[in-house]
Design a protein around this ligand. Sequence first.
Ligand SMILES: *Cc1c(COP(=O)(O)O)cnc(C)c1O
Length: 420
Amino acid sequence: MRFSTNEAAFEASKQVLVGGVNSPVRSFRSVGGTPYVVDRGEGPYIFDIEGTRYIDYVQSYGPAILGHAHPTVVAAITHAAQRGTSYGAPTIGELELAELVAERIPGLEMLRMTSSGTEAAMSAIRLARGATGRSKIVKFDGCYHGHVDALLAAAGSGVQNQGLSGSAGVPDSVVADTMVLPYNQVPRLDDDVAVVAVEPIAANMGLVPPVPGFLQGLRDECDRVGAMLLFDEVITGFRLGYGGAVEWSGVTPDVWAFGKVIGGGLPVGAYGGTRQVMAHVAPLGPVYQGGTLSGNPLAIAAGLATLELLDHDAYLQLTTTAERLADGIRAAFDSSPISVQVPQVGPLLGFFFADQPVVDNDGATASASTGHFAPLFHGLLERGIALAPGPYEVLFPSLAHGDSEIEQTISAFAEAVATL
Ligand SMILES: *Cc1c(COP(=O)(O)O)cnc(C)c1O
């Protein structure tokens, strides 16, 4: 191997990759230290180039829901690659993935696939603006919708982990039509709002579930003023449960954005809605959006193979795993003077340093500013447990995390908490 230590590899990376990484959170900026440089992943584990094994709760920030290098997914990608990696023409795989999504998500009839969650959210916003003929968009403080210029205001984890509130290079004029409001409070809207974008369960400021009535309140308020409701399900889609946030909440948006799990670890995003809404998108309508690699056959094969394995039992198993982890994390803090909140919704799980449930980004920020996250993160990492390196991220257990991994994780938490 060219490098024998993470340190040496990361130093070399910093010479040619900005901050040594291709996405800022990976740099360990908010926890300090040198990132582990990954050699390979297998099931619940990742191995760094030094040969250290970690139980992985990053799982690529969600996509690796079956665990790393799942044999069925690897076989599907291999089979697809042997038939050509991109055509610029329709395929049966795209049709099948779209059918599968439309069948699972109540109310969604038609999709357009993209190559990332960012593109999906960006395109859904453009669609909503095009369909309503209005410009204003509403987003919530701490919700992340990708690195779309107009949505890079108070944007949760990726941005906040860097200590930024927004981004340079986004002119005021571009965010002039973006209103940022507190999560979990139903706003009173004017009739110039095109779309209200929301993470139906917020998972980029830690895990913040909607309070009862929040999502329905948004639905009612959007209906009252003729705005569209956008569920950004890039995290919740195909992780929360079989039918996503609609099945879970009973509230149906006008537009959805998906990413992460839908591509099974390869780059896929998608946005969708009813046939009537999606008819605004080219070639049926005047809202342009396209992509050279959209519907890429490898990515589609990985997505299909992944979704086909995500049956109802899979979500029960993920939920049980998340419950056990949540109980274990709570117990680890039992004899600690530090208060913890461990929100858990089905397979989704996070934790905050707080003595009350966190309902918005102010609460998430207060938790982050206790400074407890970085030492806990490193205490866990030393014990072979890899969490995402930032206080605003959630934990991503996979179907490959079994009893032994859960037990090891819980005892590592107990030990690490005791050193805080
Ligand atoms: C990750 C994420 C995105 C952006 O997806 P990318 O694939 O990183 O572009 C958008 N919305 C939410 C809710 C996300 O978690």
